[in-house]
Design a protein around this ligand. Structure first.
Ligand code: ATP
Ligand code: MG
Length: 421
C-alpha cells in the first residue's frame, strides 16, 4: 500500500534534531524568566475574527496566508498565524491586567501560514513569542531588544544585525499615508498587481513587497520616519539612547514596516545574510492600540517573535563551519622556526586541539591567507626573532587581538583557551 506523507511544508522534528530545539527552548525559558516573563499557552485554533481584526484585513497574513476552516456548526475558525493576537485575547478574557504580576508573557509553539515552502519558510513553523503590557516608556522598548540580543548571544548565534525603525502613531501615519499615496500614484502603472491594490488599501505595505521593480521604485519614496510627530520622534530618540546605554548595536532602517498592521512607534527585526531571502530571524514592535481594539482596556503593549526553524538552521550552519575549521593554525618563518613549529603542532594536537600548519615554508602572507581560508580561530606565529627569545605570537582572529606567549608552555595555554578534549 502507498505510504502517507506529512503535509507539504510541515515537518517532523526527529531525535538528533530535537536536541537543538530543547536547548533553544531551555535557554529561552531561562533568559525570559530572568526578565520577569511568564509562560502562557493558548490554543492553536481561534475564531477567524481574532486575526482579521487583530492583524489587519489588508495584510499578507490575513489576505493570503491563513488556514481558515469552518466547523460543523458553520463557525469560521483559523489556525493561528502568529501568537500576539491570541495572547492579547487571553490577557483580556482572563482579566490578567488586574494582576500586577501578570504583565509579561512568553509563548512557545507552532504557527501556521500557507506560504510557498522553501529553506527557512514552512507552513507549520514555530515561534518563541514575547509580549509585555502596560508600559509605554521607551525604556521597555530598549529592554525588550536588549533581552532579544542576550537570548541570541546565549544560544550562540553570531553575525546578526538589529534593525530598528519608528512607524509613528496613527496620527502621524494618517498624514504620511496621503504623501505616500501621491508618490505611488506617479508610478502606478509600473507597480506589481499586489502593490497596485496596496496603494489604495494599505500603502505602507508596499515597502514590504518582495518584487524587485517595486523595491526599486520605492527607493525614492518619502520616508515615514522623517515625518513622524515630535512626541514619536522623542520616544524614538530615547529608545536609541537607552540601546546605546545597554551596549546593544543597531542600525536604523526607515524602510522596515513589518507585516502586521497593529505596530506603531518602535519596530525592529533581527536580520541575517545567511538564509537567502528568509533574512529575518525575529521581529516585533510596539502595539499600543491593539488591546483596546480587541475589546480590552486601553493598555500599551510591545513584543516580538523569533522563528525557531530559522534560528536553529543558523546555529547548525555555524556549528558545521566550526567543526570543519581547525582551532589553531601554526605559521612559521625560517627553517629553525619551521622545525620548532612542527613539534608544537603535534603537541597541540596531543592536547586535543585541531591544529593545522604550513609544511612548505611559504611567505607569512600566504600562510595567513591559508589560516583565514580554513577559518582558524587562533593563529600562532613563530619567526626567528621569537624563537631566539623563546616566545611565540598568538593572534585571536575573531577578537583581532594579539599577544606573545612563552614558547615552552604555548600548548598548555592554548589548551586552556580552547578547552582541549
Ligand atoms: P518574512 O518577511 O520572512 O515572511 P515575517 O515578517 O512574515 O517574515 P513575522 O510575522 O515577523 O515574520 O514572524 C516572526 C518570525 O517568524 C520571522 O522573523 C521568522 O523568523 C519566522 N517566520 C515567519 N514566517 C515563517 C515561515 N513561514 N516559516 C518559518 N519561519 C517563519
Ligand atoms: Mg511573511
Amino acid at each position: 500500500m502507498e505510504s502517507i506523507q506529512a503535509v507539504k511544508g510541515m515537518n517532523d522534528i526527529l531525535p538528533g534534531q530535537i536536541e537543538w530545539w530543547q536547548k533553544v527552548e531551555r535557554i529561552a525559558r531561562q533568559v525570559l524568566e530572568d526578565f520577569g516573563y511568564r509562560e502562557i499557552r493558548t490554543p492553536a485554533l481561534e475564531k477567524l475574527e481574532l486575526f482579521s481584526r487583530g492583524i489587519g484585513e489588508s495584510t499578507d497574513i490575513v489576505e493570503k496566508e491563513m488556514y481558515v476552516l469552518e466547523d460543523s456548526k458553520g463557525e469560521k475558525l483559523a489556525l493561528r498565524p502568529e501568537a500576539t493576537a491570541s495572547v492579547v485575547r487571553s490577557f483580556i478574557q482572563h482579566k490578567l491586567h488586574a494582576d500586577p504580576l501578570m504583565q509579561k508573557f512568553y509563548a512557545i509553539g507552532p504557527m501556521f501560514r500557507h506560504e510557498r515552502p522553501q529553506k527557512g519558510r514552512y507552513r507549520q513553523f514555530h515561534q518563541i513569542d514575547v509580549e509585555a503590557f502596560g508600559i509605554d516608556d521607551p525604556m521597555l522598548d530598549a529592554e525588550v531588544m536588549y533581552m532579544l540580543r542576550i537570548f541570541l548571544e546565549r544560544v550562540g548565534l553570531t553575525g546578526v544585525v538589529l534593525h530598528i525603525n519608528s512607524l509613528g502613531c496613527p496620527e502621524c501615519r494618517k498624514a504620511y499615508r496621503k504623501v505616500l499615496q501621491d508618490y505611488l500614484e506617479r508610478y502606478a502603472d509600473a507597480l506589481c498587481p499586489d502593490c497596485q491594490r496596496r496603494r489604495h488599501t494599505n500603502p505602507l505595505r508596499t515597502f514590504d513587497c518582495k518584487v524587485e521593480r517595486c523595491k526599486e521604485l520605492l527607493e525614492g519614496a518619502p520616508m515615514l520616519l522623517e515625518s513622524i510627530c515630535s512626541e514619536c520622534a522623542e520616544h524614538f530618540e530615547r529608545v536609541k539612547s537607552y540601546l546605546k546605554d545597554l551596549d546593544t548595536p543597531f542600525v536604523i532602517n526607515p524602510r522596515m514596516v513589518r507585516g502586521l498592521d497593529y505596530y506603531m512607534r518602535t519596530t525592529f527585526e533581527v536580520i541575517t545574510d545567511r538564509l537567502g531571502a528568509q533574512n529575518a530571524v525575529g521581529g516585533g514592535g510596539r502595539y499600543n492600540g491593539l488591546v483596546k481594539d480587541l475589546g480590552g482596556p486601553d493598555l500599551p503593549g510591545i513584543g516580538f517573535a523569533i522563528g525557531m526553524e530559522r534560528l536553529i538552521l543558523l546555529l547548525q550552519q555555524e556549528s558545521e563551519e566550526q567543526r570543519r575549521s581547525p582551532q589553531v593554525f601554526v605559521a612559521a618563518l625560517g627553517e629553525a622556526a619551521r622545525q620548532r613549529a612542527f613539534l608544537l603542532t603535534q603537541q597541540l594536537r596531543n592536547a586535543g586541539l585541531e591544529t593545522e600548519m604550513d609544511y612548505e615554508g611559504r611567505s607569512l602572507k600566504s600562510q595567513m591567507r591559508r589560516a583565514d581560508k580554513l577559518s582558524a580561530r587562533h593563529v600562532l606565529i613563530l619567526g626567528e626573532e621569537e624563537l631566539a627569545r623563546g616566545e611565540i605570537q598568538l593572534r585571536d582572529m575573531m577578537e583581532k587581538s594579539q599577544r606573545n606567549l612563552p614558547l615552552e608552555t604555548a600548548a598548555e595555554v592554548l589548551k586552556g583557551i580552547c578547552g582541549g578534549k
